[in-house]
Design a binder for this molecule. Structure first.
Ligand SMILES: [Ca+2]
Ligand SMILES: [Ca+2]
Length: 311
C-alpha cells in the first residue's frame, strides 16, 4: 500500500457515503433549514459542527475534515487540519461550490476559478492554467476534477490509477464525481463515463447507459440517478421524445435546450435533437418547429395517434 493510502482508503469508504446521508437527513423537520448534522468518526473533530450552525447551503466530507458553504459565499472548515485542509485561503468570499479530498479542499468561485488548499504532495492543489470557466468541482483521494463551461473535464493530481486520464472524446460533460480512485462524468446524452481504478467494478456502468441525470462516486462503487420520467424503451418512435419515455414534454424540452444552437462540432451537440427534415447538423428553430408538432403527445395513453409509430 502506498504511503498514507491505506488510511485514506479506509476512511473514504465511509466519508463519501456520509455526505449522501447528510443530504437525506437535512430536510427533516427536527432540524432548521441550513443546519448541518454530522455523525460517525469524530477523532479529529470532524463532527464538531461550527457555531452558529445555520445558513449552510452545501456540504462536503473529506477523509477527516468537513466543509460547509454558507449562503454568504464563505466556507467554514473543521476537523483534521494536519495538512491545512481547514485553512481557507483569503478572501473567503464568493464561493459557489465545495469539494473535499483526502486531506485537501476545493472551492469554486463565482468567477469560475478554483481555489485549492491543503495536502499537495501529488499536485492535487495545482489547478491547471487557465484557471477560468470552471462550472463544477470534485475531489478524489489525491486528485481533483474540474468541469469547464465548454463541457470538458480537467483532471490533476495523483494519477496512479489513471483517474486523471479522462476518456476521449473529452466533450459534452454536464456533471462530475470523484471519491477515492475512480471518476465519473455525466454526458449531455444521459450516459455515464467512468475511469480510474475498477477493482470493484465501479467503472462498469450497467446497460442501458442512458437517461441518467445525476452521478455519485463512492469508495469502490458508483451511483447513477435515472431521469424522473423513467419508463425507458418506449415501444413507439415519437419525434421529439428524446428520453424515450413515450411522451414529448418538459423533460424533452430541457434536453433540447441543452443542445440549443449547437452543431456537430460543439461540446453540447446532441444528434438526437436534430429532428428537422432533413437533418442539418444544427439544433435551431427548424427542430423546435418539429418538436412543437408533437408537444404533449403521449403514446402510452394515445397509441393510435399518427405520431406514434410502432418500433
Ligand atoms: Ca419524452
Ligand atoms: Ca436540425
Amino acid at each position: 500500500m502506498r504511503n498514507g493510502a491505506k488510511k485514506r482508503e479506509v476512511f473514504f469508504h465511509y466519508s463519501c457515503v456520509s455526505l449522501f446521508s447528510l443530504w437525506i437527513f437535512l430536510p427533516m423537520p427536527v432540524y432548521a433549514v441550513g443546519e448541518i448534522v454530522a455523525w460517525g468518526d469524530n477523532y479529529y473533530g470532524q463532527c464538531d459542527l461550527p457555531s452558529p450552525n445555520t445558513g449552510f447551503t452545501a456540504i462536503a466530507a473529506g477523509e477527516a475534515h468537513s466543509l460547509g458553504l454558507k449562503t454568504d459565499g464563505s466556507i467554514v472548515a473543521w476537523g483534521d487540519n494536519t495538512c491545512g485542509a481547514c485553512v481557507v485561503p483569503p478572501p473567503n468570499t464568493n464561493f459557489t461550490a465545495i469539494a473535499a479530498g483526502a486531506c485537501f479542499s476545493l472551492g469554486l468561485k463565482t468567477d469560475g476559478s478554483i481555489v485549492a488548499w491543503g495536502f499537495n504532495m501529488y499536485g492535487e492543489c495545482d489547478v491547471p492554467s487557465p484557471n477560468t470557466d470552471f462550472t463544477a468541482i470534485a475531489a478524489g483521494e489525491g486528485y481533483s476534477l474540474g468541469l469547464k463551461a465548454d463541457g470538458s473535464i480537467m483532471a490533476w493530481g495523483d494519477n496512479y490509477y489513471g483517474v486523471c486520464d479522462v476518456p476521449s472524446p473529452n466533450t459534452g460533460f454536464t456533471a462530475i464525481a470523484a471519491c477515492q480512485v475512480h471518476s465519473l462524468g455525466l454526458k449531455t446524452d444521459g450516459s455515464i463515463v467512468a475511469w480510474g481504478f475498477d477493482g470493484y467494478g465501479a467503472c462498469d456502468v450497467p446497460s442501458p447507459n442512458t437517461n441518467f441525470t445525476a452521478i455519485a462516486a463512492g469508495g469502490g462503487h458508483s451511483l447513477g440517478l435515472k431521469g424522473e420520467q423513467g419508463e425507458p424503451n418506449c415501444l413507439y418512435y415519437l419525434t421529439g421524445d428524446f428520453n424515450d419515455d413515450c411522451k414529448v414534454d418538459f423533460c424533452d424540452f430541457a434536453i433540447l435546450a441543452r443542445a440549443w444552437l449547437s452543431n456537430d462540432s460543439d461540446p453540447n451537440w446532441n444528434p438526437t435533437c436534430d429532428i428537422s427534415e432533413p437533418e442539418d447538423s444544427i439544433i435551431n428553430w427548424k427542430d423546435i418547429a418539429a418538436f412543437c408538432e408533437n408537444w404533449l403527445i403521449d403514446c402510452n395513453t394515445n397509441p393510435s395517434c399518427p405520431a406514434c409509430i410502432p418500433k
